[in-house]
Ligand binder design. Structure first.
Ligand SMILES: CCCCCCCCCCCCCCCCC/C=C/C(=O)SCCNC(=O)CCNC(=O)[C@H](O)C(C)(C)COP(=O)(O)OP(=O)(O)OC[C@H]1O[C@@H](n2cnc3c(N)ncnc32)[C@H](O)[C@@H]1OP(=O)(O)O
Ligand SMILES: Cc1cc2nc3c(=O)[nH]c(=O)nc-3n(C[C@H](O)[C@H](O)[C@H](O)COP(=O)(O)OP(=O)(O)OC[C@H]3O[C@@H](n4cnc5c(N)ncnc54)[C@H](O)[C@@H]3O)c2cc1C
Length: 609
C-alpha cells in the first residue's frame, strides 16, 4: 500500500473495531484483545491510552463530566501532545506557552519558535479533533512550568484546522508499513485562545482573577499518563518477544544444515548449542517479561488506589519500576527480534518471515514514552537516593527492600559449589542482589567524591545506567521466582517454567559476567558452573521448545510469517509467496527493452558474437 492507502485502511479498521466494540458489545478486556489483533498503530491507541487517561488523571470532576462522555463515545477524538521539535525528554524544557489573559478569561496558546512546534504526537497529524497539550503556564508575567490543557484543534463540521492552528503529518517513518499507519503530527499555535476552564485543574488552578493556586499533591502526578502507558508497554514487550521467538523456534526446528551421514537427513538447526544459546534465553525472556508485566500491573493498580487516598509514598518506586522495566524490556525485545531474524538465516531477511515488519514497528518502543537511557537514569537517581538513606533508620521497601540487607550483601560470598546449586532460587537471587547493590553502592561512593553532586552524576552517567539495569534485571528474576513459588497448575508446566527461569537468570550472568566478577558477586569458577548448568538446561528445554512457543497460542494469521507456520510447511509456501511478487507478474521484466537489451546487444556487437 502507498502511505495514503495504508493510513486510510487503518482508519477503516479502527472505525470497524469501534463499531464491533459497541455492537457486540465487548468488555474492556475484549476490546484490548481486539486492538491486539488489529495489530497496527492507529489513532485509537492515543485516544484511549493517553487522551482519556490524561483527562481522568488531571481533570477536575466538572472537567471529567464535561469531556469524558464525549471522549468515551468518540464524539471527539483526542491525542497527547507533549513532545516538541526541540524537546522530548526534557519535559520541563518545553517552549509552548499558555498565557492567561484576565480580560478575556482565556489562555493564549502560542508557539514562539520553530523548536516549540509540537512534533511526534500520534493521531495529531490528520485525525484528532482535540488534544491534551502541554505548555508553560504564564500568569501575570510569571512562568509556572509545564501544565496540561484540553484544546480543540479542528472544526467539527469539516475537520479543517481552527484559525490560529497549523497542523500536519511529520512524514514517513522507519520501515515500509510499520508505524506509518499512524499520523504522527506537527502543530503550531499562533496566539490561539481557549477558555480558562480548559486548563486541566486537578493538580493546580488559575482563578478568574489570574491567581495561580498550586495544589498540595506532588506535581509529578502530571506525568501519571506516562506511568500508566509505560506499565502496559512491559506486557507488550512480552507479546512482541514471544511473537519473534515463536517464528524463530518453529523455523529452527524445520531448518536443517550439515550433519548428514550416509545420505541421511541433516541436523535441525535448533539442535546446535549456538542456536540454543541465542534462542532459548529469548524464549525465557518472553515468559519472564510476561510475569513481570503482570506484577507491574498489580503495582500500578496499587499505587493508583493509594494516590486516590492521598497516599503518595509509593509513587517514586512506581515511577522507577515503570520507567526501568519499560526501558529494560523494550531494549531486550528490540534486540531479541533482530536476533530472531538472524537465527532464521537468509530467509529471516525476507519480508514474508514477518520479522522485518515486526522489528520496524516495535523498535520505536525504545524511544517513545521516554528514551530508554533517560528512563534508566531516573532509576539510577532513585537508587542513589535509596543508598544515601541507608543507615538513616528509614528501611528501604518494595523492590529496594534487599538494600536493607546491605551489610550482609556487601560482604557475602556466593556458596555455589556445583552446577546444580545454580538451580537454588535463594542462591540465584542473592547473586543478583549482591551484584545490584554493589554496583549501586560503588556509584554512590564515586559520586561522593565529587563536590558537586550534579556534576558527579553527569560524569558517571554510563556507570549509573549499568547499575540501574542490574537493579531491573534483579526485579525480573525475582518476580519470575515468585511466580514459580505460587500456584502453577501442572507439575510438568512448572518444571518447564523453572527451566526457563534459570535460563533467564544464568544467561544474564553469562552476558554481564564483567559485572558479576568485578563486584565479586561470584568467582570465575562459579561462572563456569553457571555455564555448565545453562548447557544442561538447554538440553532439557530442547524437546519442549516448540510446545513452549505453541503455548503462546498465536494463529498463523496473527504471526504473518511463512517461517513460523504452525504446520512447518515452509518451503512450498516460500515459493508461493515469491510467485506473488509483482516482479513475477511477467517473465521478462519491465525495463528489459529499455536497459538490459541495449546493454547486452552492445556487448554482443563488440564481442562480435
Ligand atoms: C507485524 C506488525 C506488528 C504490529 C504491532 C503493533 C504494536 C504497536 C505497538 C503499540 C502500542 C503501544 C502504545 C504506545 C503509544 C506510544 C505513544 C507515545 C507517546 C509518547 O511518547 S508521549 C511523550 C513521552 N515523553 C516522555 O516520556 C518524556 C520523558 N521525560 C520524562 O518523563 C521526564 O521529563 C523525566 C523523567 C526525564 C524527568 O526529568 P526531570 O528530572 O527534568 O524532571 P522533573 O524536574 O520534572 O521532575 C523530577 C522529579 O520527578 C520525578 N519524576 C519524573 N517523572 C515522574 C513520573 N512519571 N512519576 C513520578 N515521579 C516522576 C523524578 O524522579 C524526580 O524526583 P526527585 O524525587 O525530585 O528526584
Ligand atoms: C513512534 C513515536 C511515537 C511518539 N508518540 C508521541 C506522542 O503521541 N506524544 C508525544 O508527546 N510524543 C510522542 N513521541 C515522542 C517521544 O516521546 C520522544 O521522542 C521521546 O520522549 C524521546 O525524546 P527525544 O526525541 O527528545 O529524544 P532526545 O532526548 O533528543 O534523545 C536523543 C539522545 O540523547 C540522549 N539523551 C537525552 N537526554 C539525556 C540525558 N539527560 N542524559 C543522557 N543522555 C540523554 C538520549 O539517550 C538519546 O540517545 C513519539 C515518538 C516516537 C518515535
Amino acid at each position: 500500500m502507498t502511505r495514503k492507502e495504508l493510513f486510510k485502511n487503518t482508519l477503516r479498521k479502527s472505525v470497524h473495531a469501534w463499531k464491533l466494540i459497541n455492537e457486540l458489545p465487548l468488555s474492556d478486556d475484549e476490546s484490548l484483545m481486539l486492538r491486539h489483533f488489529m495489530d497496527q498503530p492507529g489513532f485509537l491507541d492515543l485516544h484511549w491510552r493517553m487522551f482519556v487517561p490524561a483527562i481522568k488523571g488531571q481533570g477536575t470532576e466538572e472537567q471529567k463530566q464535561k469531556w469524558l462522555p464525549l471522549a468515551n463515545k468518540m464524539q471527539i477524538i483526542g491525542c497527547y501532545a507533549q513532545t516538541e521539535l526541540g524537546h522530548g525528554s526534557n519535559v520541563q524544557g518545553l517552549e509552548t506557552t499558555a498565557t492567561f489573559d484576565p480580560q478575556t478569561d482565556q489562555f493564549i496558546l502560542h508557539s514562539p519558535t520553530q523548536t516549540s512546534s509540537k512534533w511526534w504526537p500520534g493521531g495529531l497529524g490528520k485525525v484528532s479533533t482535540h488534544a491534551v497539550i502541554y505548555a508553560r503556564l504564564i500568569t501575570d508575567g510569571k512562568d509556572h512550568g509545564v501544565h496540561g490543557f484540553i484544546v480543540q484543534l479542528r472544526n467539527m463540521d469539516d475537520h479543517s484546522p481552527l484559525p490560529g492552528i497549523t497542523i500536519g503529518d511529520i512524514g514517513v517513518k522507519f520501515g515500509n508499513g510499520a508505524y506509518n499507519s499512524m499520523d504522527n503530527g506537527f502543530l503550531m499555535f499562533d496566539k490561539f485562545c481557549i477558555p480558562r476552564d480548559q486548563m486541566l485543574m486537578r493538580l493546580s488552578k488559575v482563578t478568574r482573577e489570574g491567581k495561580y493556586v498550586p495544589s498540595d499533591v506532588p506535581r509529578q502526578l502530571m506525568y501519571g499518563t506516562m506511568v500508566s502507558v509505560r506499565q502496559t508497554i512491559v506486557s507488550n514487550a512480552s507479546i512482541a518477544m514471544a511473537r519473534a521467538v515463536c517464528i524463530a523456534t518453529r523455523y529452527s526446528a524445520v531448518r536443517r544444515q550439515f550433519g548428514s551421514q550416509n545420505g541421511g537427513i541433516e541436523t535441525q538447526v535448533i539442535d546446535y548449542k549456538t542456536q540454543q544459546n541465542r534462542l532459548f534465553p529469548l524464549l525465557a525472556s518472553a515468559y519472564a517479561f510476561r510475569f513481570v508485566g503482570e506484577w507491574l500491573k498489580w503495582l500500578y493498580t496499587d499505587v493508583t488506589q493509594r494516590l486516590e487516598a492521598s497516599d503518595f509514598a509509593t509513587l517514586p518506586e512506581a515511577h522507577a519500576c515503570t520507567a526501568g522495566l519499560k526501558s529494560m524490556t523494550t531494549s531486550a525485545t528490540s534486540d531479541g527480534i533482530e536476533e530472531c531474524r538472524k537465527l532464521c538465516g537468509g530467509h529471516g531477511y525476507l519480508w514474508c518471515s514477518g520479522l522485518p515488519e515486526l522489528f520496524a514497528v516495535y523498535v520505536p518502543a525504545c524511544t517513545y514514552e521516554g528514551d530508554n537511557v533517560v528512563l534508566q537514569l531516573q532509576v539510577a537517581r532513585f537508587l542513589m537516593k535509596t543508598v544515601s538513606q541507608l543507615g538513616s533508620g528509614k528501611a528501604p521497601a518494595g523492590t529496594t527492600a534487599y538494600m536493607g540487607r546491605a551489610k550482609h550483601l556487601l560482604q557475602c560470598r556466593s556458596s555455589i559449589r556445583k552446577a546444580e546449586d545454580w538451580l537454588n532460587p535463594a542462591m540465584v537471587l542473592e547473586t543478583f542482589e549482591a551484584r545490584a547493590l554493589r554496583m549501586a553502592v560503588s556509584c554512590a561512593n564515586n559520586l561522593s567524591k565529587f563536590e558537586n553532586q550534579e556534576q558527579g552524576f553527569s560524569e558517571l552517567l554510563a556507570d549509573l545506567v549499568e547499575a540501574a539495569i542490574a537493579h531491573c534485571q534483579l526485579i525480573v528474576v525475582s518476580k519470575f521466582i515468585v511466580k514459580l513459588e505460587g500456584e502453577i497448575k501442572g507439575k510438568g508446566v512448572k518444571n518447564q517454567l523453572k527451566n526457563l527461569c534459570y535460563i533467564y537468570a544464568l544467561h544474564l550472568i553469562h552476558k554481564h559476567l564483567g559485572d558479576f566478577l568485578s563486584t565479586n558477586s561470584i568467582t570465575s569458577e562459579q561462572a563456569s558452573l553457571a555455564n555448565h548448568q545453562l548447557r544442561s538446561l538447554y538440553t532439557q528445554v530442547r524437546p519442549n521448545a516448540v510446545a513452549l512457543v505453541d503455548a503462546f497460542d498465536y494463529t498463523d494469521h496473527y504471526l504473518g510469517s511463512v517461517l513460523g507456520r504452525y504446520d512447518g510447511n515452509v518451503y512450498p509456501k516460500l515459493f508461493e509467496e515469491a510467485l506473488k511478487d509483482p516482479l513475477n507478474d511477467t517473465v521478462v521484466p519491465d525495463g528489459y527493452h529499455e536497459y538490459i537489451r541495449p546493454l547486452i546487444k552492445q556487448h554482443l556487437r563488440s564481442a562480435r558474437l
